[in-house]
Design a protein around this ligand. Structure first.
Ligand code: MRU
Length: 379
C-alpha cells in the first residue's frame, strides 16, 4: 500500500545489504515515519516485543527474518543448536499471536535439512522471503473474498455507502500489504463501491486512532475515528452494516483472540443482528486448540500503556502524559477471545467459512492438527 503515494511493504531486505532487514517503526506513526534496521536475532526479538513491528502476520514474518539474522550472526558453536535456541528465544517475544510460532517452526523444519551453515543462511533468506510473499498473497485473497460480502451489502443498499466497523489495526501495517480486515475494504474501494469505515480508537495503544486511521487516509478511504465505547450505540441506530476485525489466534473450533475490546463489539453486533466477520490467513489458525477462552494465552502488557497516553502537542512535539489517578492500580490485558457463536464467518485466503470446526476443516483439510483424530471426530 502507499505512504505519501509511494508503495511500501512493512518489512523488506535492505536494498544494498541483504544482511540487514528494514521495518517501519510503528511506534512513531502517524506523527513520524521512520525506518529501523534489524541486524541480529536480538534486534528482531526487540522489534516484536517493543512493538516497533506488530500485528500477527507481520510479527510472524519478522520472526522468520529473525531466524535468518540469527544464522548470520550467532555463529559460535553448532549452528543447528543455535538455530533451535534462536527459534525458542524468538517464539517468546509475544505470546498471543500464533503466527510467530508457526512461521518460526516452518523455518526451522526446512533449515534443519541443510548440510552446512552457509547453505542454511542462503535458504533462510529465501524461505523468509517466500513466507513474506505468501502473507501478501493470502491478504490479497482475503481482500477478494471479503469484497464480495461488501459488494452484496452495497447492492442491498442501492449503492449507499457501506458502513464497516473495525477494531485495532488489522491493516497492511499489521501484515505486509493489504491487511486482513482492511483488505476487503481496500478492494471494495478500488472497485468503486462506496464505503465508510468506523475506526475504533483501540485503547490503550490506540492502534485504530493512530495506525488504521493513518493507513486509510493514505489510501483516501472515507473513515471516522470513534471512541471504543461508541460502537454499540452506532449499531443500535443502524449506522453499522458490517463489522470486520482481524485475529491473532483462531482455534480449530472458530474462537477468535483479537485485540482487547473485540468481544464486546461482537456481543453488540450479535444483539443488533449485524454481520460480524473475522478476516485471517491460515497462519493465524491454531489447529491444536479447541477452547479459545481457556486455552489461548493472553498477553498482559506494561501498565504504563493504560496510565499514560502519547500524542502530539500543538507545537508538533510528541509528548507522553499521565491520564490515570496517580497511585491507582491499572490492568492491561492485550487481547480477548470472541467465542465462535458470535462470529458470522471467517474470511480466509481460501474463502469464507462459518466459525465451526467442520467448516474450517473443509477449507483446510490438509492442515496439521495437534488434536487427535478421535477428539476431532466428536464435533
Ligand atoms: O498488539 P498488536 O497491535 O500486535 O495487536 C494485533 C492487532 O493489531 C490485532 O489484534 C489485529 O486485529 C490482528 S493482527 C492482523
Amino acid at each position: 500500500m502507499h505512504v505519501d503515494g509511494k508503495n511500501f511493504h512493512t518489512i523488506w531486505v535492505h536494498p544494498e545489504n541483504n544482511q540487514v532487514i528494514q521495518v517501519i517503526d510503528q511506534r512513531k506513526l502517524p506523527f513520524e515515519f521512520e525506518i529501523v534496521d534489524l541486524k541480529t536475532a536480538a534486534d528482531a526479538f526487540d522489534a516484536i516485543q517493543n512493538m516497533t513491528v506488530r500485528g500477527a502476520p507481520l510479527i510472524g514474518v519478522t520472526g522468520a527474518y529473525g531466524i535468518y539474522l540469527g544464522l548470520l550472526n550467532d555463529t559460535v558453536g553448532d549452528w543447528k543448536e543455535i538455530l533451535i535456541k534462536d527459534a525458542e528465544y524468538l517464539r517468546g517475544a509475544r505470546p498471543t499471536a500464533i503466527n510467530l510460532a508457526i512461521l518460526i517452526d516452518e523455518m526451522v523444519s526446512v533449515l534443519l535439512g541443510c548440510p552446512t551453515l552457509e547453505s542454511a543462511c542462503e535458504l533462510a533468506l529465501e524461505e523468509a522471503e517466500r513466507l513474506k510473499r505468501r502473507e501478501i498473497d493470502w491478504s490479497e485473497a482475503i481482500g477478494e473474498y471479503g469484497c464480495e460480502l461488501i459488494e452484496a451489502i452495497s447492492k442491498m443498499k442501492n449503492g449507499e455507502p457501506v458502513n464497516i466497523l473495525t477494531h485495532c489495526n488489522a491493516g497492511w501495517l499489521a501484515c505486509i500489504d493489504w491487511g486482513t480486515a482492511t483488505a476487503p475494504i481496500y478492494k471494495a474501494f478500488l472497485k468503486g463501491i462506496p464505503v465508510h469505515v468506523w475506526v475504533d480508537e483501540t485503547r490503550p495503544r490506540n492502534q485504530g486512532a493512530r495506525l488504521t486511521a493513518w493507513e486509510l487516509a493514505q489510501e483516501g478511504v472515507p473513515h471516522t475515528v470513534i471512541p471504543d465505547n461508541a460502537g454499540g450505540h452506532l449499531m443500535q441506530h443502524g449506522m453499522v452494516d458490517l463489522c470486520i476485525v482481524g485475529s491473532d489466534r483462531t482455534t480449530s473450533t472458530g474462537d477468535v483472540a483479537n485485540k482487547i475490546g473485540t468481544y464486546l463489539k461482537a456481543l453488540a453486533a450479535f444483539d443488533n443482528i449485524i454481520p460480524f466477520y473475522v478476516a485471517l490467513p491460515s497462519s493465524t489458525i491454531d489447529f491444536t486448540m479447541r477452547d479459545g477462552v481457556r486455552e489461548i494465552p493472553i498477553e498482559q502488557r506494561d501498565g504504563e500503556e493504560v496510565s499514560h497516553m502519547e500524542g502530539e502537542l500543538e507545537n508538533g512535539q510528541i509528548a507522553k502524559m499521565r491520564i490515570v489517578n496517580p497511585g491507582s492500580a491499572v490492568a492491561n490485558y492485550g487481547f480477548d477471545v470472541t467465542p465462535a457463536k458470535y462470529i458470522t464467518g471467517l474470511i480466509t485466503e481460501r474463502g469464507v467459512c462459518e466459525a465451526n470446526p467442520a467448516d474450517i476443516y473443509k477449507l483446510f483439510p490438509d492442515s496439521k492438527s495437534g488434536c487427535d483424530l478421535k477428539s476431532r471426530s466428536d464435533y
